[in-house]
Design a protein around this ligand. Structure first.
Ligand code: PMP
Length: 286
């Protein structure tokens, strides 16, 4: 069965889905996105993703093509039509197409934005990677300075993953002024003497929806959390490390730049936080 995807008001088989060659998402990466995870046929933290989407659109002066309630209805319809039980829903909004290429933004009253959603079926709760942890390398952070906006400009993060794969590793953490900003598609954390350290929120990182939930659950479980920048050297001498994202939840990091962390196996804090996250996020799934 081919996937049913959503394009500008229509539910169509993926082979029939079309957007214009003049779409600004295609020509200028002028678009934003969200990825919402699905467990047991339910959406995890839909409200958090909808709120961040609104903020990304506002920051770029882009119109929302539908209301949040309509967006939820589209998510649910896609889940049903594709019988998705576990995986993710990808959503993208671009500034649309005015039928030509021009750097100047089109008038949003005349050119509607493009809205596309599709499902991706995958096992995320019982991921084999979570049992053994991931190995990462560090790369310089060469992205633009508004990383708080979730744009589809993902070429450099994609290159970062390719550099990791070329080195025989799983992923990369990006470094700016000797400090870790974040992972290619996730937020970065270290644990030292039981304390969880992750970079503070700013324009330099994406404000992860999973990050917000994990920090809340950690504090509720009386774990100590410090939000500040940390260096890559500090990370290499940490007791453990992990990453978070909507599609990986809490994923232990067991090696940084060839240096094993602790005994080279997933650490107790990351393992516990992954369990707490799975339990707690399911309670509020819709
Ligand atoms: N940072 C970056 C650069 C990302 O691409 C992502 C995931 N899209 C995250 C952090 C994690 O965000 P979230 O928890 O909302 O998936």
């Amino acid at each position: 069965m081919s996937r049913i995807v959503y394009v500008n008001g229509d539910y169509v088989p993926e082979e029939e889905a079309r957007v214009s060659v003049f779409d600004r998402g295609f020509l200028f990466a002028d678009g934003v996105y969200e990825v919402t995870s699905v467990l047991d046929g339910k959406l995890i933290d839909f409200e958090g993703h909808a709120t961040r989407l609104k903020r990304s659109l506002d920051e770029l002066g882009m119109a929302a093509p539908v209301t949040t309630d309509e967006l939820l209805a589209i998510h649910r319809e896609l889940l049903d039509r594709n019988e998705l039980v576990e995986g993710t829903i990808y959503l993208q909004i671009t500034r649309g197409s005015e039928g030509d290429r021009d750097f100047v933004f089109p008038n949003p009253d005349e050119v509607p934005s493009t809205l596309v959603l599709f499902t991706q079926a995958k096992s995320i709760a019982n991921s084999p990677a979570a049992a053994k942890g991931v190995k990462i390398i560090s790369v310089p952070d060469l992205r633009w300075s508004r990383r708080d906006i979730k744009t589809v400009q993902l070429l450099y993060p994609s290159m970062g993953k390719m550099m990791a794969m070329a080195a025989g590793k799983d992923d990369a953490w990006m470094i700016e002024d000797a400090h870790v900003t974040e992972g290619t598609s996730n937020n970065a954390y270290i644990v030292k003497d039981g304390k969880i350290v992750t970079r503070h929120l700013s324009n330099e990182i994406l404000h992860g929806i999973t990050r917000a939930a994990v920090l809340r659950f950690a504090r509720e479980a009386q774990m100590e959390v410090e939000e500040r920048a940390f260096t890559i050297d500090e990370a290499k001498s940490a007791d453990e490390a992990f990453i978070t994202s909507a599609s990986a939840f809490v994923m232990p990091v067991v090696e940084i730049d060839e240096t094993p962390l602790g005994d080279g196996a997933p650490g107790p804090v990351a393992t516990r936080l992954r369990e707490i996250y799975l339990d707690e996020s399911m309670k509020s799934a819709i």
